[in-house]
Each structure stands twice: as structure tokens, then as C-alpha cells.
Design a protein around this ligand. Structure first.
Ligand code: 5AD
Ligand code: SF4
Length: 485
């Protein structure tokens, strides 16, 4: 038995048995994705909309792989789809609301000529479960992020019954049971998940409720996946995880391998030009990671290191296990091993109890670090998180005003950082065609997008580019010479 399917209480219980889907009790159904495949969905179409982080993007890519194996083809509009899937994000209230407004718009396709099935997967599915069916009873299937690989079998069961919620599963099983994402010819840069979930329990965050406890994939599996990606022509790998530098994976002959040691193993794989990682936690900037940055030329000198706040009082209330000084120390250590290290960050403004003084501390932290880029969000209260019951909410207009001030400061820093590239010659790894005919786009080591006029066959190559123009969010330049593919 691979899994347990708990039907929504109001849904039909007359779930008919087949060779692939067996009802083992009134409330349990066994599903076998492998046996479901051959007959289930010949020539059906699927449309998927993705929200949220890179982990969601990766889950979506894996799901598409599974569905294609089952005979599905991907279509560009929901109107053409037998199955409509929303892969959802629950991180802030707006992200969740967007799902419900999309569901409202998609309802019409259920009554359309294809009688489309509607599936909600991802973090909203995990966090809200049955509530989704209460608010949008036209949804056929709700599937949590660790059960992605079961979607084909569950879809196979849908002709007989709808309104199912399936939240079981583990990250380990998901990774084992679904095929690797299919690459296209233009996959120069890809995400590779090495870790999922989070044990930190920041008081504002839903991730422990949606992605569960930390899980690190074994070293051998990661290396095998990386090798396969590189053999298919990938040039840059970004290791992803909700808490990526907390990685501790099993390694044959050793009890465990930490993040820095893993970076060494991946960086030296043949064909890899660039290695990145996200999202890292200030608490886990240790000697092993610093050694990797000091030693590995493939490891890019650009780190996304969320600070969230510059005030010790607020960091404590957020349950972030570092102080302002500790964060700045992590930045200094990274700069001491790579003097050209650049940073990005996430900030939350208007956390419960945040005073103007606390906020000024955040602005001054931003001044001290001088970020290459960063994201800032208004605090959004999330059900089941500790902060949802904290007193002293910050009024919405105050949040808005602080967000605007912080974004102004971050924009100015991004402009200043980009301006430093003007008239410099920088290595750019080209990833895809540009927006305009004859252009291609790539990134500098510091993740700045660069467009140049060059032939498409330069995509996948790392070239030296003379930067001639700085735009608000990107750079333009002229190719000088190749520096090896
Ligand atoms: N409200 C606002 N922003 C949040 N983030 C996470 N939870 C919340 C919340 N409840 C932000 C954090 C995190 C980023 C992915 O989203 O800054 O790093
Ligand atoms: Fe959104 Fe967090 Fe889920 Fe990613 S893990 S999709 S950011 S809620």
C-alpha cells in the first residue's frame, strides 16, 4: 500500500474499485501510480499554473514529468485542458487569496465542453485541506506538496468520485517515486532540491505546516541527479531547500555530510560552470561553508541571506536564532573569504509590536550591508502560526509607509550596485533568448540579468561582456570574447 486517501466527508463514498485503485475500507483507498499509468489518461491535456518558490516550481516540473509518462500533454490555456492544476503558495494572505480568485474564474471550465477536472496542490492544499472544498466545492482534488507523485492515480480515480483531499506523504517518498523533471534544450540553469522543510519555527511562517520537518536527500542521490543534469547540457545548478545550508545528508561510509562538504562534491562534477544555492539561514554560515566559498571558483559570490529584521527585539519575537550583530558577523565572514561577495535578503515590516525604533534598526542594517538586491514584505498574519496571536498589531497604513521607505532604500542600493558594473567586463552565462529579436540574456556571477545582441547558439556559453548600459533591473552590453563553454 502506497498511501491512504481520506475522502472529504461530503464526497461520494461510492468509489469504484479498479486494478489500479483499490478501496481497502470506507475511508482508505490504495493507489498504485505505476499500475495506473498504462490505461489511465490516454491523450488527455493538462494546464498547470504555478505560484510561490523554487521548490514549487520543481514539484510542478516533476508532476508534469509524471503526467507526460501517463500520456498527458501540456496545453497553454485552461480552456484546452482536461485537467486544470493550481500549484499553490500559502506564505502570505495575498498568495492564498489569489488561489481562491483563480478557482472562481476556473469554475466555468468544469461546465465547458471538456468538463475539466480541477486540482489544487501545493502549500495551500496542505494548510487548508478540506476548507478548500468548502469554499470552492467545484474543486475535484486537493493534494499536499508531498503527494505530488500520487496525482496520476488520484486523477484516474476521479471519474468515479470527486472532492478528495490527499495530504499524506513524505518528502523522501516524493523524491523517490516521481521521475526527474524533463529538460528542454534551453535548460542552461536548473534547480536541484537537496533539502525540504524547516525545523526553525519562525513565529510568522507557515512552512513548517506546509512542508513539514527538515529532510535532507542522500548525497548519492543528489550527485546522481546532478551528473544526469550536466550530461544533458546543464551548465549551472542552483541547490534549493527551505533551509538549504542546514543540509545534513547521509553519505556512504560517513554518518552525515554537511552543506559545505556537499558543495565540494558537486562543484567538481564535469561540465558544471556555476553553482548557487538558496535559501540560506544566517545560523548555518559555518566554517565548512566559508571554506567552500574561499576555495571553489564554481560557487558564485552571491548569497541570499534573509535577515527579516534589523532589530534584536523583533528578531527574538520572530524566533530567529541570531542577533543583528550575529547577522552582520555572518556577512563579514562571507566577505572575508570572498571580497567580491554580494548579498540579497528578505525583510518583513510591520511584525506585531514593531516600533519606529525597531524599523529604523532594519534601515540601518540595510545601510551597513549594502545589498545587491532584496525583497521586502508587509507582515501577513497566518493561521496556526504563533505570531497570529501576538498582541500589538501594526496598523496597515504604518506597514505600507515602512514598506515604501524600505523599498526606496533597497532600490537605491540595487541601482548603486548595478552602476558599479558600468564599463566593466564581466563573465555572463547566457540562458535564453532575449525579449527582442537578435538578443540573448544571461546573468553575471552576482545574478544581474544582462542582455546582448548575439546569435542564439551562444546560449549555454559563458562569455565576457563589456557592460555599456545600466537599466533599473538589468544590464546591457557587448560580447568581448568567450571564456570556455
Ligand atoms: N508575512 C510576510 N512575509 C512573510 N514571509 C514569510 N512569512 C511571512 C509572513 N507571514 C517572507 C519572509 C521569507 C519570505 C519567503 O517570505 O521574508 O523569507
Ligand atoms: Fe510558498 Fe513557502 Fe510553500 Fe514555497 S514553501 S510555495 S514559499 S508557502
Amino acid at each position: 500500500m502506497l498511501s491512504v486517501l481520506a475522502p472529504f466527508p461530503n464526497a461520494s463514498r461510492s468509489f469504484s474499485c479498479s486494478s489500479a485503485v483499490k478501496q481497502s475500507s470506507d475511508l482508505e483507498v490504495e493507489v498504485d501510480p505505476l499500475r495506473a499509468r498504462p490505461y489511465a489518461f490516454a491523450m488527455k491535456s493538462v494546464w498547470l499554473k504555478n505560484f510561490g518558490c523554487q521548490m514549487n516550481a520543481y514539484d510542478a516540473a516533476r508532476l508534469i514529468g509524471v503526467l507526460q509518462e501517463c500520456g498527458y500533454h501540456v496545453v497553454k490555456t485552461p480552456k484546452e485542458a482536461h485537467v486544470i492544476i493550481l500549484n499553490t503558495c500559502h506564505i502570505r494572505r495575498k498568495a492564498t487569496e489569489k488561489v481562491f480568485s483563480d478557482l472562481g474564474r476556473l469554475r466555468v471550465f468544469k461546465e465547458g465542453p471538456l468538463a475539466s477536472k480541477i486540482v489544487v496542490m501545493g502549500c495551500v492544499a496542505q494548510a487548508l485541506g478540506e476548507e478548500i472544498l468548502r469554499r470552492a466545492p467545484w474543486v475535484d482534488l486537493v493534494v499536499g506538496p508531498q503527494a505530488v507523485h500520487k496525482i496520476p492515480s488520484l486523477l484516474a480515480a476521479l471519474p468515479q468520485a470527486t472532492g478528495y483531499v490527499f495530504l499524506d506523504g513524505s518528502a523522501a517518498e516524493k523524491f523517490q517515486k516521481s521521475p526527474l523533471p524533463t529538460l528542454t534544450a534551453t535548460n542552461v540553469t536548473v534547480f536541484l532540491p537537496i533539502q525540504e522543510g524547516c525545523d526553525n519555527c519562525c513565529t510568522y511562517c507557515v512552512v513548517p505546516h506546509t512542508r513539514g520537518r527538515e529532510f535532507s536527500r542522500p548525497v548519492s542521490v543528489i550527485i546522481e541527479e546532478a551528473r544526469s543534469l550536466l550530461q544533458q547540457g546543464v551548465k549551472e545548478i542552483t541547490l534549493i531547500g527551505q533551509n538549504v545550508n542546514a543540509y545534513r545528508g547521509e553519505e556512504q561510509g560517513h554518518s552525515s555530510c554537511d552543506f559545505g562538504a556537499l558543495l565540494f562534491q558537486i562543484a567538481n562534477l564535469p561540465g558544471l560552470l556555476r553553482l548557487r544555492y538558496t535559501t540560506s539561514h544566517p545560523q548555518h554560515i559555518n566554517d565548512s561553508l566559508l571554506h567552500a566559498h574561499a576555495t571553489l571558483p564554481q560557487l558564485m559570490p552571491f548569497v541570499h541571506l534573509p535577515a527579516q529584521s534589523g532589530s534584536d527585539r523583533i528578531l527574538k519575537a520572530m524566533h530567529r536564532p541570531y542577533t543583528r550583530a550575529g547577522y552582520l558577523d555572518a556577512i563579514d565572514k562571507l566577505r572575508s573569504v570572498r571580497s567580491d561577495m554580494a548579498f540579497s535578503s528578505d525583510f518583513i515590516v510591520g511584525f506585531p509590536g514593531e516600533t519606529e525604533q525597531d524599523f529604523l534598526q532594519t534601515l540601518s542594517l540595510v545601510e551597513s550591508v549594502a545589498y545587491a538586491q532584496a525583497y521586502a514584505f508587509k507582515y501577513s498574519s497566518r493561521a496556526r502560526t504563533p505570531a497570529a496571536s501576538f498582541p500589538d498589531p501594526v496598523p496597515e497604513p504604518v506597514k505600507e509607509e515602512r514598506l515604501a521607505r524600505l523599498l526606496d532604500a533597497l532600490r537605491a542600493q540595487q541601482c548603486a550596485f548595478n552602476q558599479q558594473s558600468l564599463e566593466q567586463v564581466v563573465p555572463v552565462l547566457f540562458e535564453k533568448p532575449g525579449r527582442y529579436e537578435g538578443e540573448i540574456v544571461g546573468r553575471t556571477p552576482y545574478f544581474q540579468p544582462v542582455s546582448v545582441c548575439a546569435s542564439q547558439d551562444r546560449i549555454g556559453h559563458r562569455l565576457l561582456v563589456h557592460i555599456t548600459k545600466v537599466l533599473p533591473h538589468s544590464l546591457k552590453g557587448v560580447v568581448e570574447e568567450p571564456i570556455g563553454s
